[in-house]
Structure formats: C-alpha cells, structure tokens
Design a protein. Structure first.
Length: 165
C-alpha cells in the first residue's frame, strides 16, 4: 500500500459541458453514478473508446462520455494571448461571491442563520476558480461561462449560451 502525497495537485484538463453530464461507476451504462455539474473542471485520467474516466478536484473519479468534454487550454495556441479583457473585474466578482458565501457560513455556524435561510440566501450563488501558476480558469456567473487568463488578459472559454451564430 502506497502513501499518497499529502498535497495532491489537481490540474484540470477539461470542463463538463454547460448542460452537465451523467456519470457511471464503470465504463458501462448499467452502473450509474452522480450527475456532474455544468462547467465543472475535471482531469482526464483514462480513455476507453468513447468512455472517459475523470477526476474531480476533491479526488472523486467517475466515468462519462468523453466526447462531450470541453478541453481546457494549458498554453494559449500561438504563444501569448492577444488583447482581451482585464481579468481584475471578474476576480473582484469571484472574490465578492466567495466573501458573501463565507459570511453566510459564519452566520450559519454561529447559529444566527437556520439551514433553510442559508439555503435560501445561497440559492443562485455560483463561483469557480482554478489557479495553476500563471494560468487561471475563472467562472463568470453573470455570463454563465468559464474564462481563461494567462495573468494578463481574460478570454471566454466555455459557457451556457451555446455556439455563436
């Protein structure tokens, strides 16, 4: 039995498509598991035909239809990104959403908020951030999309809106 590294590094390679995905305990449809949330970052571990085994940030692994995953860029094609959006406004919104969630958690832990009130006040609150050195994938809840940042500029990557016409 091997001892796992106490600091497990999670580097996403893909995100779940905007509609979410069903998953299975094995590469066969008779073993259903949980449904994965839309735009969830995952790491591809293995491919078997159209089946893909992926790992989530919490270490849980599952099988799904690998044809539907959206790949994340690890290096911008052709070098540095062309001018895009300033990432700081989105970072401020992600930070504000996290601070709001933290404040609600504190109220819940201190007994100043019931579980029902906590659920009501967090309904619709979404955020997402994966940082890996200079690379960042940030979820913009207002636009319902993930964006990629190289430390200087932000570019939309995957979203709920579907392809532009």
């Amino acid at each position: 039995m091997s001892v796992a590294d106490p600091v497990r590094e999670f580097r996403p390679t893909h995100v779940v498509p905007p509609g979410g995905l069903p998953s299975w305990a094995g590469p066969e449809p008779s073993r259903p598991a949980a449904r994965l949330d839309p735009l969830l970052p995952v790491r591809l571990l293995e491919l078997r035909g159209d089946w893909a085994r992926v790992e989530c940030a919490n270490g849980w692994a599952t099988w799904l239809d690998g044809r539907l995953l959206l790949g994340l860029p690890h290096e911008p094609a052709g070098g540095a990104l062309e001018p895009g959006e300033d990432p700081r406004p989105l970072l401020a919104r992600v930070q504000a959403a996290l601070a709001e969630y933290r404040a609600l958690l504190d109220e819940l832990a201190e007994g100043r908020l019931t579980a029902g009130a906590f659920a009501e006040r967090t309904a619709g609150l979404r955020l997402g951030a994966v940082l890996d050195g200079t690379d960042a994938w940030l979820f913009d809840a207002a636009e319902q999309r993930w964006s990629y940042c190289d430390g200087r500029r932000l570019r939309p990557y995957a979203g709920d809106g579907g392809p532009e016409q």
